[in-house]
Each structure stands twice: as C-alpha cells, then as structure tokens.
Design a protein around this ligand. Structure first.
Ligand code: ATP
Ligand code: MG
Length: 339
C-alpha cells in the first residue's frame, strides 16, 4: 500500500539516535503498528528524491532476519521510513533492562545477524555498515532481526556528519580509512556480542568506579581539556549531556556484573573518542572470558584485527558455535516474555 503521513497516528517515541528519532505509530486505514524513523537530512530536493528511490530497494528485502519495510516518504525537511515495529525493542535496551544476556541467547543473536548479513550480501550486494546492539531488534514472537543497513549511498553521504556514535563498533581497518567490506560488519558483530554477554560496552572496563560508562555517551566524556578540540577537528559533534538518573540505575546494575570481564590494556581512567579509536587500532581486540569455549572462539574469530584473517558472514555460518546455536533448544519466545 501507499504510505502517507496523514494516515499515521503518532503514539510514542521509541528512541533517539544520532540522525533522528523513531516513533511507534498506527497506520489508521489498516490498524497496523509501525516504527516511523524520522531522519533529519540537510540535502537538496534532488538528493532527497534520489534517497527515496534508493530506499525502495528495501521493499525487495525479504528475509526473516531483516526488518520489513513498509515505505518511505518526504516530510520536509525530513525523510520518514516506516518499518516493522518490534515490540521488544533493541538489544541495547534489553540488556540495560535485564542485565547481561544469557550466552545461549547471544548465540541465537549471532546466528540471526549472520543470516541477515549473508542474505543482504548474497542477494542484494548490500553491506550493513552499522551492526550494533541498537540495530538488532527482538519481538515477542522471539524473532531477532537487523535494521538500519546501508541501502542508500546518498543517505549514507547525507548523514555522514552525524556519524559519531557508530564509530565505536568500527573495525580497525575502517578507522584507518579502508573501504567497507562484509568483514567490517563481522568485527562490529564481535564487539556487539561481547557487549550483550557482559551487559556493558567492552571498551569501558578501565574506567573509574564512580563514572558509570556502560554506554558510549559515557565513554565520550572528554578526559581533559583539549579533547573537545580534537573532536571538533575531526568534524565530530560534542557529547550529549548525560542523564544522571539513568546513570545511577545503570551503576546499580553494573555492580552485579563485575565477575566476568574483558580488560582494557593500558589502564587509563577515561577515554576520549580519539583515544578509543587509537585503542581499537593499536591494542589487542577485546575477548570474552569465562564463557563456553566455542562462544569465546567464535568471538575471537570475529575480532581478528587483520581483515584477511577474519571470515565472511557466510563462512561463519559454518562455525561450530553457530551450528550449535542453530539446533540449541532456546525458547526465545519464552525468553522474550520475561521482560
Ligand atoms: P544511531 O543513531 O547511532 O544509529 P540508534 O540505532 O539507537 O543509534 P535509531 O536507529 O534512530 O538510533 O533508533 C532509536 C531507537 O529506536 C533504537 O535504539 C531502538 O531502541 C528503537 N527502534 C528503532 N527501530 C525500531 C523498530 N523497528 N521497532 C522498535 N523499536 C525500534
Ligand atoms: Mg538504529
């Protein structure tokens, strides 16, 4: 059907990202709930139309591991995309709510993401470019799907300025300026899986106890005067203000999670974004420890720093832990009903 903004009733906000916000809406003619993503873009009308055309490819993406696309339209000065509403939200919010995710569920996440990436690349030659927990969604049927992949080259160009949050899942070769390949997505998957299993972003272990930095907004806080200038010189926006109440709740949860960990070499107290990017390039990749060996080995293979050593999503579907995840009798529907 043809989507029109007038036919959508806004219900409530589902979240905000760097480029815009996402609202739960009802499509009045059909009574269907959808997620409406509003992207603020500073582009000429011709470019906007080009973006809309490129987004139409999403209509052809049919996989149970990819979010369904209902349509896109211009709502000056924004571009709106309506996608399948996933009632259990994204995995970053899930672990912030319930704490570290059970490793067998993490295995199912790995399997779903690899299937989704393989479908996008094999069928459409699309590289995702933004794998991270907030782009992995779950619903109460226990389905896991990925969203926000790079279908539109023009859209990628138009929002490149607001790219900051994403860079933490960026592979060493990307930070060093190499082109995106499917293997860069595999790195991002490895970082995301550690984050879910630990219940915190893996690069924040060395931070001092009273600064809760379970998400990247925290790790952005500049360590010393001058780092703000460095952010500006990179063309990156300054960090957003932190939400103190949320921080306190996070800290209470974090205290429970201390047992399993990934340690950050070097032991600085707070990392600025530049330090983090340097860390990713120069230091050993984070690892899981204290988990089943197959899970640890899989994560290690996602995080080979040299992309030549890293496998593609398709090859990783043959990994032992992923084969186990495929047959593992984890009832995701029951799991999703617990939060
Ligand atoms: P970034 O802007 O860095 O990519 P993000 O992925 O968190 O970060 P958005 O893509 O704008 O930003 O999404 C904001 C939030 O909206 C997500 O974190 C997620 O929790 C929620 N969300 C997005 N799409 C859906 C959906 N289809 N169903 C339910 N919730 C969604
Ligand atoms: Mg997103």
């Amino acid at each position: 059907f043809d989507l029109r903004n007038e036919d959508l009733r806004d219900l409530h906000e589902l979240g905000q990202g760097n480029g815009g916000s996402v609202k739960k809406v009802e499509h009045i003619p059909t009574g269907k709930f959808m997620a409406k993503k509003i992207v603020l873009i500073d582009a000429k009308p011709t470019v906007r139309k080009q973006i809309l055309r490129e987004l139409q490819i999403m209509h052809d993406c049919n996989s149970k591991y990819i979010i369904s696309f209902w349509g896109a339209f211009l709502a000056d000065p924004n571009i709106c995309m309506c996608i399948e509403f996933m009632d259990k939200g994204s995995f970053d919010n899930i672990y912030k709510k319930i704490g570290p995710i059970d490793i067998d569920v993490v295995g199912k996440v790995a399997l779903a993401v690899l299937e989704g990436l393989t479908y996008l690349y094999d069928v459409h030659r699309i590289i995702h470019r933004d794998i991270k927990p907030s782009n992995i969604l779950c619903n109460s049927a226990g389905e896991i799907k990925i969203c926000d992949f790079g279908v539109s080259g023009e859209l990628i160009n138009s929002i490149a300025d607001t790219f900051v949050g994403t860079s933490t899942y960026m592979s060493p070769e990307r930070i060093q300026g190499a082109h995106y390949t499917v293997k860069s997505d595999v790195w991002s998957l490895g970082i995301s899986l550690i984050e879910l299993a630990l219940g915190r972003f893996p690069f924040s272990e060395s931070l001092s106890d009273d600064s809760d930095l379970s998400d990247f907004e925290g790790t952005l806080s500049p360590a010393r005067p001058g780092s703000m200038n460095s952010l500006a010189s990179l063309g990156l926006p300054p960090p957003r203000a932190r939400n103190r109440d949320k921080d306190k709740a996070e800290k209470a949860k974090k205290d429970k999670r201390k047992s399993k960990g990934v340690s950050l070499q070097g032991g600085g107290m707070t990392m600025s974004i530049l330090e983090l990017l340097q860390h990713i390039v120069n230091e050993p990749a984070p690892r899981l420890s204290g988990f089943p060996e197959q899970a640890e080995t899989f994560v290690d293979s996602c995080l080979f720093k040299d992309p030549a050593e890293r496998k593609t999503p398709k090859d990783l579907l043959k990994d032992e832990w992923i084969m186990y995840a495929r047959t593992a009798s984890v009832d995701l529907e029951a799991w999703a009903s617990t939060f």
